[in-house]
Write a protein of this length. Sequence first.
Length: 240
Amino acid sequence: MSGLLSDILEAHGGVKLWDQLTTATATIVSDGELFASKGLPQDLQPRRMTLSLHEERASVSPFGSPDQHTDFTPGRVAIMRSDGTVVAERLDPRKSFSGHVLDTPWDPLDRAYFNGYALWTYLTTPFFMIMDGMTVEEKEPWTESPTERWRHLRVTFPDGIASHSTVQDFYFGDDLLLRRHDYHVDIAGGFAAAQYVTDIEQADGIKFPTRRRAYLRRPDGSPDHDHVMVSIDLGDVHFS
């Protein structure tokens, strides 16, 4: 583990504490142009997210109706009723996105898959970077403004972890807390995104941003603020 990554992990709560935790829960409200382009415009109803910290598994409820929730892992996504009945499921769900472009319609299982891997990534950042198979390199800092220069880690994800793209970039401020997250959304035509994060809070010793805004990213790396592809607000977050 590099010295920078070690310091970043410590700034977010520390590996010793993280290793004692197993689960995160959060209330999420999401919106943005991406969902409308997929034919699934997002309502602003708060939903409850539950995820495992040391394996990629997540669930959100309600989903589709009050008694339904999702069950996501990289190899399977399902919509379930509260009594355990399977409403719909898809094995090896990543394959279903082959040939997709930005405006290819999604069905509810596609949406559930995206939600599962995206929120798992966000709520485990930066600690997932020390999981088996992750490759982390320090790259050139990003100059955000004349007074802000952010440290830069590039992460290459292993095949067994579902995420936006294999290679993603994370930027950290002087306090070593996350400021920005760049990636390509491979399951939606590979468009480039720059996600800015703000409103850092602490729950159960772990620090995390509660406001995320993902903009289209221009070729020069700057965000296009006219296009908010995804917005996510988090509340009532707990780690246990």
